[in-house]
Write a protein that binds this ligand. Structure first.
Ligand code: PNW
Length: 490
């Protein structure tokens, strides 16, 4: 068998890995490769130089049991002080871009624009300058989970005023850091933030999630309009959506419908308004019906007005998304009417089979084939927009410098991405590996390692050590090729 594969490799010039054939076409010259991080997860300097507290500072300090290892991001990778080292590593690896986020309370300690923290502003100005002088393009996420505590105290994202507060902050970022930034990401993963994320500590299922997502949508659309209509910005502005590919369990009409319904409920929740102007029809119908049966006098989804529909439609210059894994969807009977629940509104059974390739996180099964299907779904659903994969990656446990799991993951996912481009015509413009460094992985603390580069969190100097996978990713970024020798792009 091995020799047959070897023979086929010679004949077709392809590389076989397990049951998949690794794509041997170069990525286009203008394809962007990069690495991603977020402020709270790497910066440290939690109260340095006038920074205000964010919700993660508070929860990690006050409720240590919320984090698996009782840790926090007070120091983390200390990138607040060591960003030049991070940039040298990016440079060494040949990254085209670096996706990082701005900490809202580092630049605006109270969350509001009447109080600007100049050292915080200088930090990001220096970071951007350093990236540019190393020919690495900054891709900026304006908001990645670290909400100012002051805004949380006022009700956080659920307060409709959040839209205005975020808009003012986004305008501040555009005006302060805007010079020739080509790609802006307004909000990271609204779906996670509004459901399983931080807000889930205080949220009401089936009510708050719909309010939160609507506020996120309007906040993003405002930022887009300010950037283009008021500031006449020349770059591009997008939001970062996220989720899994949802594979139907069988090809029965019911399972196909259940899979499509799930895609619409999760990806389409904001994707549909952004591209088609309103929530997906199936979502509107189901939430309205269930709300009525539950005794509400209007739909819990808070339908968009015509003016809102017009305002949000077309406000995504490119489709940035994070995706790590897949799930299987099975059709089933509707949940009984009772307590409101977003999951019951969707009404399908979702799971991941035990036999799928594992990582160190239970939600993250390794399913490279799902990425190709997801790219096709986005392509078909939203008329093949320019797609930027803003996060994709895998976690293992501590001490894995010889990280074969990550090497295989990167190779197999990128091969499927290249296949989607070559065979399906998917308009993918870039890929960002999550994460450049091992980081504070939210409730998993420092137990789950996503980095291409390891950080010794026990050493006050936080030394960085490159893992094996970082050498493979360096080769990919420098040659645009996944195998030893590529054919030229077609
Ligand atoms: C993303 N899930 O979060 C975030 O954008 C990153 O900050 C994070 O480090 C990365 O993925 C890895 O987790 C997610 O439970 C967190 O499905 C949880 C889930 C998905 C994404």
């Amino acid at each position: 068998m091995t020799s047959l594969l070897y023979l086929l490799t010679l004949i077709f010039g392809a590389c076989f890995a397990g049951d998949i054939v690794i794509n041997n076409k170069k990525f286009p010259e203008n394809f962007l490769f990069g690495c991603a991080t977020s402020s709270y997860q790497i910066e440290g300097g939690w109260d340095a130089d006038g920074k205000g507290p964010n919700v993660w500072d508070n929860v990690t300090h006050e409720k240590t049991s919320f984090i698996i290892d009782g840790s926090n991001g007070d120091i983390s990778c200390d990138s607040y002080h060591k960003y030049k080292e991070d940039i040298l590593l990016l440079k060494e690896m040949g990254a085209n871009f670096y996706r990082f986020s701005i900490s809202w309370p580092r630049v605006l300690p109270t969350g509001f624009i009447d109080n600007i923290n100049q050292p915080g502003v200088d930090y990001y100005k220096n970071l951007i300058k350093e990236l540019k002088s190393n020919q690495i393009e900054p891709v900026i996420t304006i908001y990645h989970n670290d909400l100012p505590q002051s805004i949380q105290d006022l009700g956080g994202i659920k307060n409709p005023e959040f839209i205005n507060w975020f808009t003012a902050y986004a305008r501040f970022c555009f005006e302060t850091f805007g010079d020739d930034i080509r790609y802006w990401l307004t909000i990271n993963e609204p779906y996670v933030a509004c459901t399983v994320g931080f807000i889930s500590l205080v949220y009401v299922d089936g009510i708050d999630d719909y309010i939160c997502m609507k506020n996120m949508l309007m906040a993003h659309a405002n930022a887009w309009h300010i950037y283009h209509d008021d500031l006449k910005g020349t770059g591009k502005v997008g939001i970062v959506l996220n989720s899994n590919w949802f594979e139907p369990e069988t090809d029965s009409a019911e399972d196909l419908e259940a899979s499509e319904r799930t895609m619409q409920f999760i990806w389409g929740w904001l994707g549909h308004p952004l591209y088609h102007g309103d929530y997906p029809e199936i979502m509107k119908i189901r939430v309205a019906n269930r709300s009525k049966l539950e005794g509400f006098n209007e739909s819990r989804i808070q339908e968009l007005t015509n003016a809102e529909i017009e305002y949000v439609k077309g406000t995504n210059d490119f489709f940035a998304f994070n995706s790590y894994t897949s799930s299987i969807v099975r059709s089933g009977p509707d949940a009984p009417i009772g307590t409101p629940s977003h999951n019951d509104d969707l009404g399908v059974y979702i799971y991941q089979p035990d036999e799928w390739r594992n990582s160190s996180l239970s939600w993250l099964k390794v399913t490279p084939w799902g990425m190709r299907k997801l790219l096709n779904w986005i392509k078909n659903e939203y008329s093949n927009p320019p797609m930027l994969i803003s996060e994709n990656g895998v976690a293992d446990g501590p001490g894995q410098l010889n990280d074969t799991i990550r090497y295989n993951y990167i190779r197999d996912y990128l091969s499927n991405i290249r296949d989607a481009m070559e065979y399906d015509g998917a308009n993918v413009i870039g890929y960002s590996y999550w994460a450049l460094l091992d980081t504070f992985e939210w409730t998993a603390g420092y137990t789950a390692k996503f980095g291409l580069i390891s950080v010794n969190f026990d050493d006050p100097a936080r030394p960085r050590t490159r893992k094996m996978s970082s050498y493979y990713y360096e080769k990919i970024m420098k040659t645009k090729c996944l195998v030893d020798e590529c054919e030229d792009e077609i």
